[in-house]
Design a protein around this ligand. Structure first.
Ligand code: PBG
Length: 331
């Protein structure tokens, strides 16, 4: 090339992308195994695992097999799991009373994991939907309203029963008003001052939860969740929810879903110094798996790119069904 055809540039950003070592050195965002929480589905029975049809590679496990899965996750360095139960239809009622049964599926599972792997952090979901005969996160009144304060009373009992079983982190995903403060008070009064609260603060009424509701058979039996979960069109309202949850005692706040809400993750990150979690939800997982199975995308690369984007947006912690796959790659 002749000298005359050379541009006279002061900045050539490509210089720092020239080699693999330079790219590694100038990398701004690191996705690590330490960032991951692995959500797992648990069911009654023995020696069985059933793949969730809309979530290839994700299973509902009986406790014996779940313990093996958790041990594998632990060996890979994943610091935490999040548990979700499949509850038998005959145990469901409007008030979700099974949710605080001291010998319920979640409570037994937490005890069993803590006995085998005490340093694996356990996050439990606090909400009524898997236990609700109506498939809602709260108690439903005769005229179909979701009753806020009555529901919060049950959520407090549920959270205390999880703490009693050994949960490290309770994660209210129900979106009732005032539940973080009530749960904090309830935990403290029961002596569980060290149990932390991961608040699903900005949780949207999202169609991305579809595969999860298949996994737990927990879809609403009527209506939708729009009177408690947030409108996907709203951003400022997310900050109101986050502010309230922090004022009420949240230790960590969450944005959910993650992929279509990266702007919300960034906004929340810029307004709090608490850890921010993002939930890479079931529908986000299903889309990548489905396109990967068809050979339309490189599944592993899209997975890593997607999770990295969540960290880049400001998430410290990511709940993802990909946790084990990611850990295997990063190991
Ligand atoms: C229940 C709950 C849901 C999810 C986590 N906790 C579903 C819902 O709110 O309907 C969704 C997780 C996912 O889609 O991966 N309160």
């Amino acid at each position: 090339m002749s000298n005359s055809s050379r541009l006279n540039l002061v900045q050539r950003p490509r210089r720092i992308r020239r080699t693999e070592a330079l790219r590694r050195m100038t990398c701004e965002t690191q996705l690590t195994v330490n960032d991951l929480i692995y959500p797992l589905f648990i069911m009654e029975g023995e020696n069985t695992k059933v793949e969730v049809t809309s979530m290839p590679g994700s299973y509902r496990y009986t406790l014996d097999l779940l313990l093996k899965e958790v041990a594998e996750a632990h060996a890979l360095g994943i610091p935490a799991i999040a548990l979700f139960p499949l509850v038998a239809e005959d145990k469901k009622d409007n008030a979700g009373t099974e949710s605080y049964n001291p010998d319920g599926l979640i409570q037994r599972t937490v005890r069993a994991i803590k006995q085998e792997l005490p340093d694996m952090m356990i996050v439990t979901d606090v909400a009524l939907d898997p236990f609700s005969s109506k498939g809602h996160d709260g108690i439903v009144s005769d005229d179909g309203e979701i009753l806020n304060d009555e529901t919060v009373e049950v959520l407090v009992k549920q959270a205390i029963s999880h703490a009693e079983a050994g949960a490290d982190i309770v994660a209210p995903s129900d979106m009732m008003d005032g539940r973080i403060g009530a749960i904090r008070q309830g935990l403290d009064a029961a002596g569980y001052t060290n149990v932390s609260i991961l608040a699903y603060s900005a949780k949207y009424a999202s169609a991305y939860y579809g595969p999860f509701r298949d996994a737990l058979d927990s879809a609403p039996k009527f209506g939708d969740k729009k009177t408690y979960q947030m409108n996907p069109a709203n951003a400022r309202e997310a900050l109101t929810e986050v502010e309230l949850d922090i004022a009420e005692g949240a230790d960590m706040v969450m944005v959910k879903p993650a992929l279509a809400y990266l702007d919300i993750i960034q906004l929340v990150r810029s307004t709090t110094n608490l850890p921010v979690a993002a939930y890479n939800v079931s529908g986000e997982y299903a889309m990548i798996k489905a396109a990967g199975e068809k050979g339309w995308i490189d599944e592993k690369k899209v997975m890593l790119e997607t999770l990295t984007s969540m960290k880049r947006a400001g998430a410290d912690v990511i709940l993802t069904y990909f946790a084990k796959e990611v850990a295997l790659i990063l190991h």
